[in-house]
Design a protein around this ligand. Structure first.
Ligand code: MLT
Length: 247
């Protein structure tokens, strides 16, 4: 049994995820927004590669039940209903609707998971719930890959810290490094550095600093609200949804 962390989807090949439980993390902000939207009773988040793809997918659906969501350079795409802020994902705005969503890094990471046994969508807001699911997967002998969306095909400290928190949560107090790849060990070391101060890790990351610069500082607080949305959405066939028992 192993837990491998990938700091970016760049270079990931189908063999890396085949048959594994894959956990996708884009804590600032795509997976935080997706989990929050589903927690507030959105029906599904349909994942689009870019804005043209989103518009095309939306054309096949009833526009009254649909919201176009997404960002480029962190800012709402012109003509879309929503950006990529978890604070926009209120029950009033997203309840009962499907979102078609495209973001710079997060949706790209989800699209890179083809061939996985299952794909879980993780953020700080559902940290413990996902940690339990990772532990369950390991207990059944299934290998786990935590796939960080990262930043423009590179390392993002925000996601790496969250990956470390997931590794620690799933190990249930065990300290052995057996089965962890080097990226997983480094992620756990980041948790040693910042402890449970997710707010610090997010605020110091480049993604966090950029969001603050653009006036989205409140989104960091929303992303740091650990376990505020205790659900585990899954991704399959371009759709992020909740299992029926939660819906
Ligand atoms: C992404 O997918 O690249 C991010 O979620 C960007 C953002 O924070 O809007």
């Amino acid at each position: 049994m192993s837990i491998h962390v990938a700091f970016t989807p760049l270079g990931l090949v189908p063999a890396d995820v085949a048959g594994r439980t894959v956990v996708v993390v884009d804590v600032l902000r795509a997976t935080t927004s997706m989990v929050t939207a589903l927690y507030h009773r959105a029906r599904a988040v349909i994942v689009a590669a870019d804005s043209d793809d989103a518009t095309r997918l939306a054309q096949a659906l009833d526009r009254r039940e649909l919201l176009l969501a997404g960002e480029r350079h962190c800012v709402k795409i012109p003509g879309f209903d929503l950006g990529n802020s978890p604070l926009e994902m209120t029950a009033e705005r997203v309840g009962g609707k499907s979102l078609v969503m495209t973001t710079t890094n997060g949706t790209r990471a989800l699209l890179a998971t083809t061939g996985a046994h299952e794909v879980l969508v993780a953020a700080g807001v559902n940290l413990s719930a996902v940690g339990i699911r990772i532990a369950d997967a390991l207990a059944t002998g299934r290998d786990v890959v935590i796939l960080c969306a990262g930043r423009e095909n590179g390392f993002g400290m925000d996601d790496a810290y969250l990956a470390g928190r997931l590794v620690v949560a799933s190990m249930g107090g065990r300290r052995s490094r057996k089965g962890l790849n080097d990226s997983a060990i480094v992620s756990v070391d980041l948790v040693r550095r910042y402890g449970d101060r997710i707010d610090r890790a997010l605020a110091l990351s480049m993604a966090g600093r950029e969001l603050v610069r653009l006036g989205f500082g409140q989104d960091l607080a929303a992303a740091a609200a650990v376990d505020s949305c205790p659900i585990v959405p899954t991704y399959q066939d371009r759709r992020v949804t909740l299992p029926v028992e939660h819906a």
